[in-house]
Design a protein around this ligand. Structure first.
Ligand SMILES: Cc1cc2nc3c(=O)[nH]c(=O)nc-3n(C[C@H](O)[C@H](O)[C@H](O)COP(=O)(O)O)c2cc1C
Length: 179
């Protein structure tokens, strides 16, 4: 039995939902798993010694990641590198299966370029469009981006693009990474 840690940044709750799916799947496979928002991890600290592998992921916001993601990575680079580690990016550009290939996803590539931590393993996960839950400015901006990329623009759209079987497969790959 191994113990996994999933660290995440989520603004609207969907990345947290993806992490919960991963955690529950890992537990169902007979392993142990914790998940922690990066805000909590930064303030309460992480008991790194108790984990065999770590995944860290974040949603994409306006073409990048919240500054706290980079701050956490900088402050904890050696701990992340000390065990099997993986980074995952959640974004709606990945609604197109081609953009789920790490080499084809500009946000995944952006993280690798900007981060001093070079994860051993990476994953792109399609996120959720949730116009009714978004503030008017965010809704307007994303409608504009969607218009340019042939995505949904109806302001009442709630579309979950996440492939949960693929998320579970990713969770299994984390378990396999653990020694
Ligand atoms: C303010 C805002 C900006 C976003 N910017 C992008 C973006 O630039 N590219 C993209 O692919 N997705 C973008 N998204 C989509 C989110 O990455 C996606 O909705 C994700 O599922 C949100 O996860 P969360 O609920 O954990 O915050 C944006 C979403 C919001 C709310």
């Amino acid at each position: 039995m191994s113990k996994q840690l999933i660290l995440y940044y989520s603004q609207g709750g969907h990345t947290a939902h993806i992490c919960r799916t991963m955690m529950e799947h890992i537990r169902a496979l007979g392993h142990d798993c914790d998940m922690m928002h990066l805000q909590e991890a930064a303030s309460a600290g992480v008991n790194w010694d108790t984990y065999d592998a770590v995944a860290l992921g974040s949603c994409v916001l306006y073409g990048s990641y919240h500054q706290s993601v980079f701050d956490f990575v900088e402050a904890n680079k050696s701990q992340l590198e000390a065990k099997p580690n993986s980074f995952f990016s959640v974004n709606v550009v990945a609604r197109n299966p081609e953009k789920r290939v790490p080499d084809n996803n500009k946000y995944l590539q952006k993280f690798i370029t900007l981060s001093s931590w070079q994860p051993q393993n990476v994953k792109v996960i399609a996120g959720k469009v949730n116009y009714p839950a978004w503030k008017w400015y965010d809704r307007m901006m994303i409608q504009l981006i969607m218009k340019m990329t042939n995505g949904p623009t109806d302001p009442s759209s709630v579309i979950d693009y996440t492939d949960y079987d693929d998320v579970k497969a990713y969770a299994e790959s984390l378990v396999k990474m653990a020694p």
